[in-house]
Design a protein around this ligand. Structure first.
Ligand code: PMP
Ligand code: GLN
Length: 390
């Protein structure tokens, strides 16, 4: 019999919930993807490079001009220089960058610190490489990090700490103080850091993204992962990249080359040209903050108690005063009976803890968010009636 290496791996909740949303024709705020189009200029550029014949394998680490543009972008924003030739690598999405990185670094018996709730792709890759995820819980409701707890979990087996800011699914962003705590914890150790920064440009309330690249003493032991899917509303193009010091990059590329060899060629050329339009990504904080506030405003008017996300395009909502169901039961009922799909937050905890919280993706057109709010209003009214509170 053939079995995936790790028997605990299930079908990703994103696949499950999007399938359910489609089957029941529900408004799909579950899996995270925008419903607005990719810029026509960018599409024309892809088209141009395809017509001009850029259709064969890219160099293994990615198209040179794209790596140069990315190096310049990181330097401009975060004041750290990555050599485009040896320290930046283009991947088939952030997912492949994460997979190749963890597969390179983690060996039998290694421990990897993961903050929960956590994006679903880290722990399975740690486990299939023989590693052991060690979980640190972010404190509800503001999802703060207990650095003392992190400190206590460090030992000679700790190989890697995975951070993700802005964080999916909680919307938590790492402050300067968080980063200084991280420096304190890893200094004097050989621990590496995998910093998932795919939401670097989706950060709110005037805050600036604290990239690892802003902290040279962390950058020299870190792998930074990014995604063009988030930058350009193009999650289906599956293009991303990672930046890391040469010695680390050299090793990860050994795995990368036998995972995809190289990522999609014409889109890489198009992205390289399009990156000159800085405003296309620098406008994202305002664009998504308006969406967050629009969605949250409607939910607040209904009566939901909400702590606004600090970044990402996800908003968590707690339902504990409305129903006794688990979050998964509620997500299923909302999809099937009310036509609105969300992700149960228990999916982001290794013990599937029922936090009675759901995650909604607000990267949607305003009219879709409005429809979603109407459906949630129906649910809320019915739930309150059942509790005899109206
Ligand atoms: N990390 C996080 C935190 C994500 O939310 C996602 C995808 N949404 C990824 C990585 C993967 O990025 P990609 O879609 O480019 O593979
Ligand atoms: N990152 C997206 C989310 O969090 C989904 C990615 C995926 O479907 N694998 O919803």
């Amino acid at each position: 019999m053939i079995r995936a290496k790790d028997p605990n791996i299930k079908t990703s909740v994103f696949a499950v919930m999007s399938k359910m949303a489609n089957a029941y024709n529900a408004v799909n705020l579950s899996q995270g993807f925008p419903d607005f189009g990719v810029s026509q200029d960018l599409i024309s550029l892809v088209n141009k490079y395809m017509i001009e014949g850029y259709n064969q394998y890219a160099p293994m680490p990615g198209v040179g001009v794209l790596r140069e543009k990315l190096s310049a972008k990181i330097e401009k924003l975060y004041k750290y220089n990555y050599n485009p030739e040896t320290e930046i690598t283009i991947t088939a999405g952030g997912t492949q960058a994460l997979h190749s990185t963890i597969s390179t670094i983690v060996n039998d018996g290694d421990e990897v610190i993961i903050f929960e709730p956590a994006y679903d792709s880290y722990a399975p890759v740690v486990r299939i490489n023989g590693g052991r995820p060690v979980y640190v819980r972010l404190k509800y409701p503001d999802y703060e990090v207990n650095w003392e707890a992190v400190n206590q979990m460090i030992n000679s087996k700790t190989k890697l700490i995975i951070i993700n800011s802005p964080q999916n699914p909680s919307g938590k962003i790492f402050s300067d103080e968080d980063m200084l705590n991280l420096i304190r914890i890893v200094s004097g150790t050989k621990i590496l850091i995998l910093s998932d920064e795919v939401y670097e440009h989706i950060i709110f309330d005037g805050k600036k993204h604290n990239s690892i690249a802003k902290y040279p003493e962390l950058a020299e032991r870190s792998i930074l992962v990014f995604s063009f899917g988030k930058m350009y509303h193009a999650t289906g193009w599956k293009l991303g990249y990672f930046a890391a010091p040469e010695k680390i990059t050299e090793e990860i590329r050994k795995i990368h080359q036998f995972t995809v060899f190289a990522a999609n060629t014409p889109i890489q050329y198009a992205l390289a040209e399009y990156l000159d339009k800085e405003d296309e990504y620098l406008k994202l904080p305002k664009f998504y903050q308006d969406k967050r506030d629009f969605f949250n405003g409607m939910l607040k008017d209904i009566g939901f108690d909400i702590i606004p996300a600090g970044g990402t395009y996800f908003q968590t909502v707690n339902f504990s005063d409305l129903t006794d169901e688990t979050d998964f039961q509620l997500a299923e009922r909302l999809t099937k009976k009310f036509g609105i799909a969300a992700i149960p937050m228990s999916s982001f905890y290794h013990n599937e803890e029922n936090t009675k919280t759901l995650r909604f993706c607000f990267a949607k057109k305003d009219e879709v968010l409005k429809q979603a709010a109407e459906k949630l209003d129906e649910f809320y009214t019915q739930a309150k009636k059942q509790l005899n509170l109206f």
